[in-house]
Structures are given as structure tokens and as C-alpha cells.
Design a protein around this ligand. Sequence first.
Ligand SMILES: [Zn+2]
Length: 79
Amino acid sequence: MIGIDLTTGLLIYLFLWLITLVVLWIRELRRIKAHDWSISNNRLFRCNSCHYSFLMKDEQAHIARCPRCNAMCILLKKQ
Ligand SMILES: [Zn+2]
């Protein structure tokens, strides 16, 4: 059996905790980046029926369904 003293054991324990925290932090940063939303006029739809405004994830979409009343919403190009 390998004998270690108390100080070395505590240092190893702290080091493993730091590694765990860094791994969880990096994982959280990647998760936030993958589900990131940015607000722009290209993504903001406004329903003409119920006046509900909502964001679309797909930047290329020009037609969407309103999540509240299920009506078709057409994004008009702003100039
Ligand atoms: Zn609507």
C-alpha cells in the first residue's frame, strides 16, 4: 500500500476538486454557447392577429407560426 501524509492527501483532494470545477465550468460555457439567443430584427416576429411578439431560432425563416394563436406570421423585410 502507498503511504501518503495528510498534507499530500489534502493537496491531491483539492487538486481533484479544482479539476472537477474547471471541467463543469467549461461544460456550462459550451452549453450556454450552444443555446445562445441573440436579439435582432431578423428573428423578431410579430403576430398580426394577436399582436404577440416572439423570436425564431432560424435566421433564414420568413414565415412562422404564432405560438399563441397558431396563425401564419410573415416577416417583412425592413429597409
Ligand atoms: Zn398570434
